[in-house]
Design a protein around this ligand. Structure first.
Ligand SMILES: Cc1cc2nc3c(=O)[nH]c(=O)nc-3n(C[C@H](O)[C@H](O)[C@H](O)COP(=O)(O)O)c2cc1C
Length: 184
């Protein structure tokens, strides 16, 4: 735990709301939870499918979603639109998980095309934001998904080996984001 933190700053209640299809956004959420818990916070994680709490029951709120075929989960977008006003009171962070972010020139909120488009469309500025590279695991994809992702990877000079399982997530960057949220 950081020695410089004041006692009353230590015990924040933090909510993490995630949308995942193959588990990578949940894995990142769990890493954020570990970092924040180690720093003295109480952290609760919820799937977008079963969140039933009030946002203002949390001191800080984190929302994470992966990209599928160019879009974040529509339920996450709807959730943000509906709760935008409450985010003024509860400091909120957002992170996006996608494969374009495996490229270093497209892995920040300022340079990732999905993040830029998303923020523009939704007209919302999270207090803190991050973009993380996700994971490819061709073996678990359906026939069409595998075909499509391999095609996209071929076009963008990524891996096309049908057995490829590659985790691009930079865990150091995830940890740093956790520390940023701890201090926000
Ligand atoms: C069907 C499918 C569609 C995807 N579409 C995109 C996409 O349009 N752009 C992109 O950068 N990544 C895309 N991805 C990559 C995912 O964002 C990446 O695998 C991420 O780790 C998934 O996170 P999740 O397991 O939390 O859903 C796609 C993956 C799948 C399986």
């Amino acid at each position: 735990m950081q020695q410089s933190k004041l006692q009353n700053e230590m015990d924040n209640k933090i909510g993490i709301l995630y949308s995942t299809v193959d588990g990578q956004t949940l894995k990142i959420s769990n890493e954020l939870k570990d970092v924040l818990t180690q720093n003295g916070n109480t952290v609760e994680i919820y799937s977008i499918d079963d969140f039933d709490k009030e946002i203002n029951s949390f001191d800080k709120f984190i929302i994470g979603s992966s990209i599928r075929y160019g879009k974040h989960n529509s339920k996450i977008i709807e959730f943000i639109k509906t709760h935008k006003d409450q985010f003024e009171k509860t400091k909120t962070a957002f992170f996006s998980v996608n494969l374009v972010a495996r490229k270093s020139e497209k892995n920040t909120p300022e340079t990732n095309p999905y993040f830029i488009k998303f923020i523009k469309e939704i007209d919302w500025k999270p207090y803190k934001a991050a973009v993380f590279a996700g994971k490819i695991d061709y073996k678990i994809y359906s026939f069409w998904d595998k075909l499509m992702i391999r095609l996209i990877m071929w076009m963008t000079k990524g891996p096309t080996n049908p057995d490829a399982e590659i985790e691009y997530t930079d865990w150091g960057k995830v940890k740093d984001f956790g520390l940023l949220i701890d201090n926000m």
